[in-house]
Design a protein around this ligand. Sequence first.
Ligand SMILES: Nc1ncnc2c1ncn2[C@@H]1O[C@H](COP(=O)(O)OP(=O)(O)OP(=O)(O)O)[C@@H](O)[C@H]1O
Ligand SMILES: [Mg+2]
Length: 324
Amino acid sequence: MVLAVRAGGISIGYIDEEEEYIVWAVRGVDLAIEEGDAFCLVGESGSGKTTFASAIAGILPPHAVTRGKLYIFDRLAIDESTWNFNGLRGRVVSYIPQNPGTSLSPFLTVEDHFYYVLRDTLRYDREKSRKAAMEALLKVGLDRGVLEDYPHELSGGMQQRVLIAIALASNAKIIVADEPTSAIDANLRASVLQLLGRLNREYRVTLLLVTHDLASTSIVCNRLAVMLAGKIVETGRTISVLRNPQHPYTKMLLDCVPLLGVKKPLKPLPGEPIQVVEDKAICPFRERCPRAIDKCVEEPPLKPVGDEENHYVKCWRLTGVESG
Ligand SMILES: Nc1ncnc2c1ncn2[C@@H]1O[C@H](COP(=O)(O)OP(=O)(O)OP(=O)(O)O)[C@@H](O)[C@H]1O
Ligand SMILES: [Mg+2]
């Protein structure tokens, strides 16, 4: 088994402008993503998904601080003192942002975009880059005619496909897609997700998909982690977590989204997400949790769920402490 991503107790915070405090967006996360996995990170707004995904893609902003370690294909990319994504960023790991329009230059054609990336990552010349671009466009279902187009001539869905094609042409082994469909038309969303799913299956590209939409998860991903206030509170095979959610927060997230084929009214998630300045070891959901007990002022461990392979949950109610 090859691990594409391994996080060991990783915490990521942002220093505020006055340098007085740090907001901890990711807190002590341990996670392993196997090569070939399609891994989904879900959670409410502010739970730390983008921060964690940016760390894996090597694009954390300069005012971020990190603790713990992150390995990409066994190469140490982040530890306490250094971030080293040389040879990884754009090459091994490619990032597909939420809004494709902002990462494509209005002054460059699609062909130029391919060229500048492939020149920098793989030292390709114009001709080699054009050939690689045509192959990759075919894989994402776009006509080679788009090479001459400028980004504004393409729909959001096509722009997203172009970015995915650039990642493929760079031979990226891991694609990190942060809410890749939230800025595009609803009717194109499923096709972009299906495309990512197909690339994962056919080319074994490891996929990390960030979303707060659990319905999209079930289309594409084999594994799922649920984030809350910077921690992973439930993780497992997608099918196992969606069919048998354990954490009260996961259940609430599921109540908020229409799963494919299941029609039910949408409920907003009750309560406000918290911003963590003091990194205390408590359950971050306890004040909003319908099942909270006294014990929840302590942080629960991540424990296996019954006999389910790889399904873990971080909740006292499921780890044998029922009274209190
Ligand atoms: N560039 C930044 N500078 C300072 N704080 C940040 C920055 N980006 C995120 N944060 C803070 O880190 C926490 C986690 O934010 P993050 O964007 O990672 O969450 P998210 O799960 O991706 O949310 P969303 O679903 O809204 O995209 C929040 O408290 C947020 O305010
Ligand atoms: Mg985000």
